[in-house]
Design a protein around this ligand. Structure first.
Ligand SMILES: Cc1cc2nc3c(=O)[nH]c(=O)nc-3n(C[C@H](O)[C@H](O)[C@H](O)COP(=O)(O)OP(=O)(O)OC[C@H]3O[C@@H](n4cnc5c(N)ncnc54)[C@H](O)[C@@H]3O)c2cc1C
Length: 336
């Protein structure tokens, strides 16, 4: 598979990049590491007339800055830089686990960025295929058609899912993003940034650039973890994943956030399953009850849209969630 022709634009600074994007609109795509975009271009899933490289913006849009009450992570930070940052490695091990689960070390070091991971497209067994493979099927909602192959005859929307490991963990951490255009700037919680619509998974206007990710400063008593289930240990997208962030103070859970990946078009936030944990000690019994509820809440989302059977993935939800909660609780209580 070869890349289609497109113009390559390499603006020198942010203002020039935003002007170019305002001019080209949807005809141009931002290019950070290219590990999502260029694969899709080769598969004929996207055909931009131009790509606008963010390479020259990296010095200004990379790295983690500690502000008074929050952390500011540049969108162009490579996965390797982010997961090896001392503060992330020490205080947000769940985020380091999620980023280190993406692709393989070469991809994490050389190309892939945190911003690119948040803006990557949702995926599905029928969509992420070569043009030749797809030629035997009518176009689905995500390709401008009017059906969803795994969703079946009654599906009225795209049922592709968010398989971005970083997106799932950052959602569990309650992160938000800063979006910049020539016209101004806006901040959005990730729970709003991800639309839940497979056809257009992010609330990102054609002239907007994701410049930063804003994270709450980790508080004492916070425990985080990321569990990924995939066919292979490396170079593989999740068939199911769970990001957990638990805060335990005085032996009781004071905050419990959990997001699932590869289930819904956005990271699936399981608030009803987590809220009953508040005010309780994180005992194995309490965590198992929350995990069982998570399984019930996630069950309606399971369809045959990935290479593992929906029934297996449904069975694995409580397993993954219980493991994630147990590890997060252990870390919240001072373990590793
Ligand atoms: C072999 C292989 C294995 C992989 N395995 C995994 C995996 O296990 N888990 C996983 O999560 N991902 C995986 N990926 C996907 C990909 O590597 C990651 O999502 C990566 O973080 C994408 O970052 P990037 O910088 O390369 O993004 P790009 O490909 O450059 O961009 C991705 C999308 O976001 C847009 N974009 C990029 N930056 C911005 C920005 N700042 N503002 C607005 N839009 C922007 C682009 O236009 C494009 O549409 C894999 C990819 C490959 C090739």
């Amino acid at each position: 598979m070869s890349l289609p022709y497109f113009e390559y634009l390499a603006p020198q600074g942010l203002a020039e990049a935003l002007e170019l994007k305002a001019l080209w609109g949807q005809r141009a795509a931002w290019l950070s590491g290219g590990s999502d975009l260029l694969v899709r271009a080769k598969q004929g899933l996207v055909s931009p007339e131009a790509v606008i490289s963010l390479k020259n913006l990296s010095p200004k849009l990379s790295g983690l800055r500690e502000e008074a009450d929050h952390l500011r992570l540049g969108a162009q930070t490579t996965l390797h830089q982010a997961l090896n940052h001392p503060l992330i490695a020490r205080e947000l091990p769940g985020l380091a686990e999620a980023l280190s689960a993406i692709g393989a070390p070469t991809l994490q070091q050389r190309v892939a960025t945190v911003g690119g991971n948040l803006c990557a497209q949702t995926r599905c067994l029928h969509y992420n295929q070569s043009a030749l493979w797809r030629a035997g099927l009518a176009p689905c909602f995500k390709l401008g058609g009017e059906l969803c192959h795994p969703g079946g005859a009654t599906a009225d929307r795209c049922r592709s899912t968010c398989q971005s490991d970083g997106a799932v963990m950052l959602t569990a951490l309650g992160a938000s993003v800063v979006l910049q255009s020539s016209a101004g700037q806006r901040a959005l919680a990730l729970s709003d940034f991800f639309t839940g619509q497979g056809e257009r998974p992010q609330d990102l206007a054609p002239d907007e650039l994701l410049t930063h990710i804003i994270l709450e400063r980790p508080e004492p008593g916070l425990g985080t973890t990321y569990i990924k289930m995939a066919s292979r240990g490396a170079m593989d997208f999740p068939l199911l994943s769970a990001g957990a962030a638990l805060r335990v103070e005085g032996g009781l859970v004071t905050s419990a956030r959990l997001a699932l990946g590869a289930v819904f078009a956005a990271p699936l936030v399981l608030k009803t399953a987590m809220d009953p944990l508040l005010g309780l000690p994180p005992t194995p019994e309490n965590l198992a009850q929350a995990a069982a509820q998570a399984g019930r809440d996630a069950a309606p989302f399971m369809i045959e849209n990935h290479s593992a059977p929906a029934a297996w993935r449904a069975q694995m939800v409580p397993v993954a969630v219980e493991r994630a909660l147990a590890k997060a609780a252990q870390r919240a209580l001072g373990g590793v």
